[in-house]
Ligand binder design. Sequence first.
Ligand code: UDP
Length: 326
Amino acid sequence: MAILITGGAGYIGSVTTELLRARGERVVVLDNLSRGHRDAVAPEVPFYQGDAGNRELIEHVVHEHDVKACIHFAAFAYVGESVSSPALYYENNVEQGIRLLGALVQANVRHIVFSSTCATYGEPQRIPIDEQHPQQPTNPYGWSKLFIERIMSDYDCGYGLKFVALRYFNAAGATPERGERHDPETHLIPLVLKAAHGEIDRVAVFGNDYPTKDGTCVRDYIHVTDLAQAHALSLDYLRAGNSSTAINLGNGQGYSVLEVVNAAREVTGREIAIEMQQRRAGDPSHLVADAAKAGAVLGWKPQHPELADIISSAWKWHTKRSSAQA
Ligand code: UDP
């Protein structure tokens, strides 16, 4: 009996794959490697290169490995790119996602843990954001994830599919072996660390006229291993026969872009130059989680809630990788 992990060669997917293996679970990874890295998946893990929406391949993998559950990470996840290239997001995240769900239902796999996002909420009407908050995304990335949440609800009614939609706030940090490496990199913490390392000259700060404490956007950063743990707990929840649900994953602490830069200056002891730029299209001003439900329903408790620890783990990984490449 195995768990199919789509996008298991990506950042959060690869960390979750390792955590599940350490727990003694059997896992199978499916990733088309458009944004993931083959070397992020241990060689002994069964690996298939292909699209999450390849129905024949899914059917084959499910039968070959006796798949009983799926964690669906495979998706594009850049807010800015989703605004300029929405078709990428609807074709990859929604179209492929629908095909995956169809293939899973057809193959009688009824337990799904889905990578959703706080971007499904849009500009918040209240902070912190709980799961009852209206969902009105401000960018195609958020919509693409919300559509899949909606479709899964209908597949629950129609086909008995049971799911946990995990609405991540801002994933960050690293394990000693696995961290964030996107190409091109657009996420704040990896860019700040590249600047600390001298790989880029400065970090652009996208907007300082938001209605926040210092005018820059506020986000809730959550350690990737805490996110991974929540996926394992979500599988337990589904296996216990519980009903479908959506759950926020965050620390409940908001940090502005400038606070992140300052924290990184302290952690690294390096200069990090910044440059004020225009707002980035699609960015809500504040996204901070009320994650009480994750504690109550899953028994989840973040182990690394401090921003300095999150940045420090990413810095160690970044430094190790840079010296290995040098
Ligand atoms: N951000 C920034 N400069 C960058 C990258 C990001 O000012 O080079 C800001 C971005 O506008 C957002 C926050 O940092 O307010 C976090 O962005 P990121 O892309 O890391 O995650 P997102 O919140 O979009 O998922």
